[in-house]
Every structure is written in structure tokens, then in C-alpha cells.
Design a protein around this ligand. Structure first.
Ligand code: TA6
Length: 295
């Protein structure tokens, strides 16, 4: 409890931001403001909940079977995939899928409320991965913003891939259209990264696991069931991953309910596939996402 008390004393903001021992006994930040609410696990710097004031359904999907324990990635919300996306290039079993950031305990560096009434937190991942240091800024208002900053603190160029692996909550996947990728090329990860081209809106009616490349524009999840659209804009991201595990993959995932896939879709601001970031010594790279909802 001491750690939580110290956190609240150092970083809490009365009536707006508090820390507690949440799921699995992990330390959580809870934001409850007049613009929106969010929950953030300090383990993994992992946003697990976001809902703007006036919006009926949460924006992020969380698996009811998510495991909250160090060493395991939390299923749902916004896992941070860094400093590699997917399996490690070496294929080494020692290297966890989607990197180390989401299975590390992060530190709270700074918190505050800005002039626009948005609650801001700056978190840092202790230590480094090779010579790369990582911080995350989270801004909670009527929109949710994440800015992941990687700094090369070494004296040699470093390559990295990453993603803000966002699980969005939807009414029913059959009532959803994803706009913004018409005409964009993608790597189909289900067919050995065969290169294809998107025609029109993305409709999810099977397992989908695609890296859209050469795209920086905004996209929208138009959800007829809940009569809302989720708008996603990206920064420092030349690729976007779209994923739904559908029936078989959901059944293979121990922390993903068999009947969960109709209620979610992942759209991930990424540097993935061919979109590899090479950081020169002393260079920084920001990968950002901004999520807003229009009823
Ligand atoms: O973003 C899509 C993906 O790479 C899928 O291939 C699937 O593996 C998903 O990420 C989830 O990965 P995880 O390691 O969190 O189970």
C-alpha cells in the first residue's frame, strides 16, 4: 500500500486522478474528469479503459479473461508493442512477441491538468532495451491521446518497429465499416505477407490480420449498431495494423473468450512491416494516436 500512498501523494490530483491497487494487485491510475474517464495499468503503461463524458459505451475492448500478472501481456485496451512488432526478427524464443514494453512495470514521471482541462500523465519505462529509452505521454479529455517517444541514447544507429495495439469495442462486427484505407496496399499476415490492395471500406467477416502500408491518414470505425463513429488519427506512423482473430484464433487464445471477436476490432498505429524506424544516435521518434468518438 505504501507505494500507492506515495504515488497519490506525489502524483495524485484531487477529484481527477488517483492511484490504487487494481486488477491482479497491479498499480492503476484512475482518471475521472468532466470530459472523460480512463484507467491505466502502470504495468505495461497500458490503457485499459477510456470513455468520453456523454458517450454510452466504452471505447476500448477488454477481454473478460484478461490476465493481470507480471510476465503476461494484458489482453485488450492499448498494449504497447515495442521495440519490435510481432515476433522478434531473430525468431529467438527468449524474445517475447511484440517486445518488452507491455510486460515491464513503468514509473510515473509527471502528472497535471492542462489549460484545456485535459489530464496528462508522463510515464517512463525503467532501463533500456539495447540503447533505446522509452517514455509515454497520455492525455485524457474528450479524446484520448498517446505519444510514445523512443530515444536512441547510444552511439550507434538502432532499428525498431512498434505499435499502439488498440482494441476497440464495437456493437457487433457485422455492423461495422472501417473507412480510410480505400486504395491502400496491405501485407496479408495470414498469407505470408502477400501484398494486396484495399478496395473500399474494410468489412470484417473472417479472421483479418493486415499491415496497411504507406498510409498516414485518419481512419474511422463507423458502428451502425451503437450509432457512433470512432475517429483515429496517427503521428509518426507509416503503417496501420487491422486485426480480428475471428473464431479459430480466438479459441486458441487462452485469455480471449470464444464469443469475444464480434465485439472488437484492433486498429493499431504502427511502425510495422516495411515501416521500420532507424534511429541515429541521440535521435527521438514519436509514435502517436488520437482517439475521439462522435455519436
Ligand atoms: O496485431 C495483430 C497481431 O500481430 C496478431 O498476429 C496477433 O498475434 C495479435 O497481434 C495479438 O498478439 P498477442 O501477442 O498480444 O497475443
Amino acid at each position: 500500500m505504501l507505494k500507492i500512498d506515495a504515488l497519490n501523494k506525489r502524483c495524485g490530483i484531487p477529484d481527477v486522478l488517483s492511484f490504487d491497487e487494481g486488477e491482479g494487485g497491479l498499480p492503476f491510475a484512475r482518471i475521472r474528469s468532466d470530459r472523460g474517464e480512463a484507467d491505466i495499468s502502470l504495468y505495461g503503461a497500458h490503457v485499459t479503459h477510456f470513455k468520453p463524458v456523454g458517450i454510452e459505451h466504452p471505447v476500448l475492448w477488454m477481454s473478460p479473461e484478461a490476465v493481470f500478472a507480471e510476465g503476461k501481456a494484458i489482453r485488450g485496451g492499448i498494449p504497447i508493442c515495442w521495440p519490435w512488432f510481432g515476433n522478434h526478427p531473430s525468431g529467438s524464443p527468449e524474445k517475447p512477441a511484440h517486445g518488452v514494453a507491455r510486460i515491464r512495470m513503468w514509473e510515473v514521471k509527471e502528472t497535471g491538468v492542462d489549460d484545456a482541462g485535459r489530464v496528462r500523465l508522463r510515464l517512463a519505462m525503467p532501463g533500456k532495451e539495447s540503447d533505446l529509452a522509452l517514455t509515454l505521454e497520455i492525455v485524457v479529455g474528450s479524446a484520448l491521446e498517446l505519444r510514445l517517444t523512443t530515444e536512441n541514447t547510444g552511439d550507434a544507429p538502432e532499428a525498431m518497429t512498434a505499435a499502439l495495439h488498440t482494441y476497440f469495442s464495437v456493437s457487433e462486427i457485422g455492423k461495422v465499416r472501417i473507412k480510410g484505407f480505400d486504395g491502400v496496399e496491405y501485407w496479408d499476415q495470414l498469407e505470408g505477407n502477400a501484398v494486396k490492395r484495399q478496395e473500399g471500406d474494410i468489412i470484417i467477416d473472417r479472421e483479418v490480420d493486415r499491415i496497411y502500408v504507406g498510409t498516414e491518414g485518419e481512419c474511422r470505425i463507423v458502428d451502425e449498431g451503437w450509432e457512433r463513429a470512432i475517429r483515429v488519427t496517427r503521428e509518426g506512423s507509416g503503417s496501420a495494423v487491422v486485426w480480428n482473430p475471428w473464431i479459430e484464433k480466438s479459441a486458441r487464445l487462452g485469455d480471449f473468450p470464444d464469443d469475444g471477436f464480434p465485439g472488437m476490432v484492433c486498429i493499431e498505429a504502427a511502425n510495422a512491416g516495411p515501416d521500420v524506424v532507424t534511429l541515429q544516435p541521440g535521435m527521438r521518434h514519436v509514435l502517436g494516436i488520437k482517439i475521439s468518438v462522435t455519436p
